[in-house]
Design a binder for this molecule. Structure first.
Ligand SMILES: Nc1ncnc2c1ncn2[C@@H]1O[C@H](COP(=O)(O)OP(=O)(O)OP(=O)(O)O)[C@@H](O)[C@H]1O
Ligand SMILES: C[C@@](O)(CCO)CC(=O)[O-]
Ligand SMILES: [Mg+2]
Length: 397
């Protein structure tokens, strides 16, 4: 064992990555339109401890402890080597998961006891095994995952999972954050090149979970802030006034992979009509991007700016209905908030999940409480988030 290896052996790394809201442009962004997204202050945290073979009393295993679901999964290193070969771990840019590798990972899932009601976790487990073994090889280790985010509800839980996991693994591998770490336990931010690399790995993980992601969710989770995203290109937006959003979780479960596939099928049935829908969404996103960057300095300017944002969100919701991704629970939220003259739209993949409601600055507290109480009387869950905060952060213990 090298000194380097010994150092890494004692290492504990925690990485946390935020969820996100999509203000406008979901689904259309998969088809090349612009979209606008922002990080929120709800995080997924991956805590990694590397072990040496024998240190945990056995021949060594890779363990994933999903604290919130109270589920622990474990793969002996010997089984991983048998299924995947002598993977040695990779320092640089990722190689996409090949169909053979994906099939081998699916086989490794067979021995795990995933409760029927949580079968959707298997996509996350596959992404985990791909990221872990590709970055660290088959060496033993434990990762504990905790999250503030509702899973599979449109707030980017899959991206936050992949970004925090990639951040922790690449830090432990010594690939990113080299030279960082003050010796004091505190959250550290990485430089642009390190973040780029984490983002590339997280995108490969998202591909395993989503099928055909645009890359917007992992990008905003990695880099934070508010961004415009189009065809893989990210532009940072300087939001000049705070944007206040109420989030309502309809608690209707859905799956991004299936919804994205459904929109693509509709687009292949009606190519011209759907191209016009995607084009309209692109114009909405471009217009919203320039409006958020305008500085509004008095009450009249703030109200006029928020009215424009609300109208664009309302138009986008109409187009999401055209794409077939709304849901009766989402429509109930829209009708309820409209009674208070508030505009809402679904966020993320739709089909249930979460809805955004723009809260005007001047009436914020008065209206917020009333509308949230009425929404919760329908069995929905409301929460207020800070928008446009930090992306990936890492802490070495
Ligand atoms: N904390 C977690 N632990 C394990 N798996 C997770 C976790 N968070 C997300 N996942 C994986 O991601 C899947 C949910 O991803 P999905 O893309 O469907 O929803 P989302 O990311 O919450 O919403 P959206 O993509 O619309 O923003 C889960 O089924 C699971 O496989
Ligand atoms: C529905 C979608 O546009 C956003 C999911 O948060 C999918 C994607 O862009 O990858
Ligand atoms: Mg997702």
């Amino acid at each position: 064992m090298s000194n380097d290896d010994r150092d890494r052996g004692s290492m504990e790394v925690r990485a946390r990555a935020p969820g996100k809201i999509i203000l406008v442009g979901e689904h259309a962004v998969v088809h090349g339109s612009a979209a606008v997204a922002a990080a929120i202050d709800l995080y997924t945290t991956s805590s990694l401890s590397l072990l040496h073979e024998g240190e945990d009393g056995g021949a060594g295993a890779v363990e994933l402890d999903l604290r919130d679901s109270a589920l622990v999964f474990s793969w002996p290193c010997s089984s991983l080597r048998r299924a995947l070969g002598e993977v040695s771990g990779k320092a640089g840019a990722p190689t996409p998961c090949s169909p053979d590798e994906l099939a081998a990972i699916a086989k490794l899932m067979e021995g795990q006891e995933i409760p029927e009601a949580k079968i959707w976790l298997s996509a996350g487990l596959s992404a985990f095994l791909y990221l872990y073994t590709s970055i660290l090889g088959c060496r033993p280790g434990k990762v504990v995952v905790t999250s503030d985010l509702p899973i599979g509800a449109g707030l980017g839980s899959s991206a936050a999972f992949c970004v925090s996991m990639s951040g922790a693994l690449l830090t432990a591998a010594g690939t990113v954050g080299v030279g960082g770490g003050s010796g004091v336990e505190e959250w550290e931010l990485f430089g642009k090149d390190d973040l780029e690399l984490v983002n590339q790995w997280a995108f490969q993980g998202e591909k395993i979970i989503h099928g055909k992601p645009s890359g917007i969710d992992n990008s905003v989770s990695t880099f934070g802030s508010m961004i415009k995203f189009k065809k893989g290109e990210l532009t940072n937006l300087k939001s000049r006034n705070p944007v206040k959003m109420l989030i309502t979780d309809t608690r209707v479960g859905r799956n991004t992979k299936a919804l994205v596939a459904g929109v693509s099928e509709r687009a292949s049935r009606h190519p011209d009509a759907m191209a016009s829908v995607f084009h309209a969404v692109n114009s909405i996103s471009e217009e919203l991007s320039s409006i958020v960057e305008l500085a509004a300095e008095d009450e009249i300017a703030i109200t006029s700016k928020e009215d424009k944002l609300a109208e664009l969100m309302e138009m986008n919701q109409g187009l999401l209905q055209c794409m077939g991704v709304s849901h009766s629970s989402i429509e109930t939220v829209l009708q309820t908030t409209l009674k208070y003259s508030l505009v809402s739209k679904l966020t993320g993949a739709g089909g249930g999940g979460c809805v955004l409601t723009l809260i005007p600055t001047l009436s914020a507290n008065i209206v917020l409480e009333k509308v949230a109480t009425e929404l919760e009387s329908h069995g929905f869950r409301c929460f207020k988030v800070e928008v446009g905060g930090r992306g990936l952060q890492v802490c070495r213990g």
